[in-house]
Design a binder for this molecule. Structure first.
Ligand SMILES: [Zn+2]
Length: 155
């Protein structure tokens, strides 16, 4: 969705201070630490957010409700390595075309990641992702209505 992210999965395994390091990175880089670890989330309730749901859709909906993300697909960052995407030049295109096995003949990549050379373009995959985000957002609207109805009942 185009957000600047880091993953704890990229850290070496087995570090007993991993939780402290994650919180330190979040504070130093002004990031929100998203976690399913309740104890970790309680250690810094400003910099960390406990994700209530196990399903990705529920987690995205929670972030939308918390106004942490906007429900739209933006091709601004590489989904593999998080680096900013840049417009592709004709020279880049010649080099990259050989590396893209599922490259369509009708769609040309318009952006690429200089770090991992992954190319990005509008196609059925981006259309499917936009539809999925829209569905998640619709559910968000239903949730908000439910909350309003509950408030009315209590008043
Ligand atoms: Zn990349």
């Amino acid at each position: 969705m185009g957000y600047d992210t880091l993953s704890a999965n990229d850290m070496p395994p087995g570090d007993p201070r991993e939780d402290s390091k994650l919180l330190m990175i979040a504070r130093d880089e002004d990031r929100i630490l998203l976690t399913r670890d309740g104890e970790l989330a309680r250690r810094d309730q400003i910099q960390a957010l406990f994700l209530n749901g196990e399903r990705l859709e529920d987690q995205i909906r929670q972030l939308i409700c918390a106004s942490l993300i906007i429900p739209e697909l933006r091709l601004t960052r590489c989904s593999v390595c998080n680096n900013p995407l840049i417009p592709i030049t004709e020279d880049d295109f010649g080099r990259l075309k050989r590396k893209i096995p599922d490259f369509g003949t009708t769609q040309e990549p318009v952006l690429w990641c200089r770090q991992c050379t992954r190319a990005y373009w509008e196609g059925s995959h981006t259309s499917n992702m936009r539809n999925r985000i829209t569905e998640i957002s619709k559910n968000d609207t239903v949730l908000n209505v439910t909350e309003v109805e509950r408030s009315d009942d209590e008043a």
